[in-house]
Every structure is written in structure tokens, then in C-alpha cells.
Design a binder for this molecule. Sequence first.
Ligand code: UDP
Length: 472
Amino acid sequence: MESSCRNLNVAILASPGMGHLIPVVVLGNRLAAHHSVRVTVLQVTTAASPPESELLNLPVHKELVQIIQLPPVDISHLVGPSTQVVTQLCLMVREALPVIRSAIAAMGRRPDALFVDHFGTDALPIAAEFNIAKYVYIPSTAWFTAVTVYCPVLDQEIEGQYVDQLEDLIIPGCKPVRPEEVVDPMLDRNDQQYDEYVRMGKQIPLFDGILLNSWEDLEPKTILALRENETLRSVVNIPIYPVGPMRRPVEPASPTSKLKGWLDQQANESVLFVSFGSGGMLSAEQITELAWGLELSRQRFIWVVRPPTRGRVDDAFFNIGNSSDGTPSYLPKGFLTRTRDVGLLVPQWAPQVEILSHPAIGGFLSHCGWNSMLESITSGVPIIAWPLYAEQRLNATFLVEEVGVAVRPRVVPTKQVVGREEIERLVRSLIEHEEGQGMRDKAKQLKLSAMDGLGHGGSSYKSMCEILSRIG
Ligand code: UDP
């Protein structure tokens, strides 16, 4: 199979933002390293995008993967202060269509296929123009995919806001969606981002196939529904390729790294890692409760802290403190001193993949971004699910109710503050109790099933070969 892919050349369109570029580069690396495909990543950028030099930090398969930053697009004349994220992303891709077309035309050898992420479905006519194969890469779950392609039907059938429905939303063959768990663009049907989302749901089925960052053993029921459920097939009648889990590789830690040094001293599976993704922030009140909850649990932790949502971002961690021990003003007074022996605070950003893969980590309190979830599962680490935005409420429900590798607060964290006693209970149950050990065992099983899927002859490996043989 590999030899038939050897000369393939694939262009992958990445919508703006590192959060979208990373999964695309990870896919590109896998195509290059395991299937000898030559990959050109076309990155849509804006004036605010990180400079090219920052891309150097991304681990890229140097021989076969090239990243081209497209000329920046300007959508300032199209947006206002209330324009939501999904609308902005779709507008940026739309504005970039001429430069995407030029970049493909300028490629020395025409690509054999164009892959786009789900914000890039507007690029569909470009693939038709160049007469090349076209695939959508959804770096998320099969369940999210099913909800997205079925949303145009819900749009016709359901009146009023989804969040006000008294019954769960039925997605044929799949787990129903509770009204309070819908993805962000479905929260308000009067917002433009809802229209963009519905359009995306209608465009996805026009591609030649869907790649998912999931795998057969993780979501057997939903993947089957996408392939065989008649009602669902009536809206999405194209092949589904679960090719995951793809994630960033672990970078070797510097032997002098303070984090590694600290983790090396902790007992196996004794530390909770707390982080809310690339941009997740909590309210001041929630940060206080989380700090008290961690302290009351008496468990070890590493916490990637950020100032509260309504706080001043320049209240930088190291500069201010309301107590002499340097505790930031948004944490309870004296927190650093009292937790000195058990906890480590990291300001803003931490090397997450490296931390999760350390044997000392026993749990992850996370916002449930899908990359984070895959990084946790493939490290055999169970989760306290704390969804904040995008499709994270779906991810949380899936991991708690279908997979059994996560616990979650009784309240929805975006609706209510989770109290300190509740947090203490969750942390203890994950790190100390048998319930946590059961979930850890489950996560370890999934880690093995993920490795099997990706290995030669595994389901995800074969899915990728199948796509490539169709293209080639
Ligand atoms: N990440 C990291 N360090 C941090 C925060 C995030 O390395 O302090 C990485 C994390 O490993 C993951 C990505 O950023 O690969 C976040 O992606 P995810 O889909 O989990 O959430 P998003 O940030 O897109 O909401």
C-alpha cells in the first residue's frame, strides 16, 4: 500500500490560528512519515497571525512537509465587536479564496488532492476547478461530525432555540444531545455563526470523504451510524475515515527543566494536571473556588494559571501579589505558601504533551478541547471534564457517559460556579479513590487500542491507506 502512495502530493488548507494549524501539521506529518506523501500546508493568516518564525517551533517532517503562509486577509470591514468566532473564521477563509487558488496554481506540481479543515469548506469549488480530489478533515469526534451534518435537518424540524427545548435533540443512530450541551454556534439561532454552521453542515457531504481524528474502537456506535444509519446517510453519503488519534509527539525535556525535576520527585500517578487549553479562562470567583478545592483535596497538582476573564491581563503572574509569598492577586492570599509542598503553578502556558506523558501524572482537569483529550487518553490519564466553549460540552459528555474515562462537576461550569467542596471531591475521587483507578485502567486500555489502530494493519492506518489509494 505504501508504495502506491509514494508519489502523492496533497495540499491541506489550515484555517487561521495555531489551534487549527497544529492538527493540520500533525496530519501532514503522519501522511509524510507513514505514507511517504508530499504535503503542502496552506495556512490562512491575518495581520494578527504569529510570524513565520514561530512556525519553526512546530515539529514538521522536514523533507516532505512544507508550510506556506498565505498573504494575510483583512476582514475588519466585515465584522463588528459582536461577531462570533465561527463567523470570523469562515469570513477569513472566504476572503482568502483568491490567494488559496493562486497558491495552488503556483505549485510546481498540481496537488492530487485538497484537504480542508471544517472551517475551510468554502474552498470546495477550488478543488473542482483544479479537478482534484477533496476531503474534509474534522479534527474532532464522530459525534461532533454527526451533529454538524445533521444540524441542517434539525434546523428544518425544530422551532425556537435549541437550548430551550424540553427534549434531547435526536441525531439518528447516535447518542442524543442534551439542549444545554449543544456546540457554541447552536446556542443562538439568530446569530450569523449559526448560519455559517448550518452551511458547513450542508457543504461537508459534498466532499469525497471525511477524515476524523478519532478511531474505530473509541466511537464504534457513532462511526457505524455515519456509515450505515439510513436517515443519517440521507444527509451524508460519503465515506468516513477515522484516522486518529493523531497528536503532537513528546519533545525531549531539557534535563534541567524545573517542571521535569519536580515531576521526577513525585510518586507515580499522584499529580493532577490542571489546564484549560490554549485560551480557556475562568471567572475570578471560579479561580478562587478552584484554588480552594485543590488545596482542600491535599493532592499534588500542576496548574497552568491565567488571570480571570474580567481581570487585567497585565496582572502578570510574577509581577503582582497580594501576599509576600508572591501569590497572584487573583488567588487566595497565601496560597503559594500553603501549597508549596504539593503544588506547582505555571503561568499561562506549559508543555502539555510532555507533562501528560510523565509517569507522575494521575489525572487531568481539562476544558475538554479535543487535542487535549487525545493527549490525555494516549497517555493513559483520566480526566475531570470542565468544558468551556466550542464542542467541549459534547466531548465531556462523551468521555463521561460513553467512554468512562472522565468525571465531571454536577453543574455545567459555564452556567454556574463549581464550588470548592465539589472540586475537592472530584480531585480525590480521581487521584485517590478506586473510581479514579478504574478510569485510569480504562484510559490505559484506550491508549493500547489507539496504538493498535495507528500501527501497520490497524484500523486508522488502513483508513488512511484507503483514502490515498482512492486519490492515487
Ligand atoms: N497546550 C499546551 N500548553 C498549554 C495549553 C495548551 O501545550 O498550556 C496545547 C495542548 O497540548 C493542545 C492544544 O494546545 O495540543 C490545545 O488544543 P485543544 O484542542 O485541547 O483546545 P483549544 O485550545 O483548541 O481549545
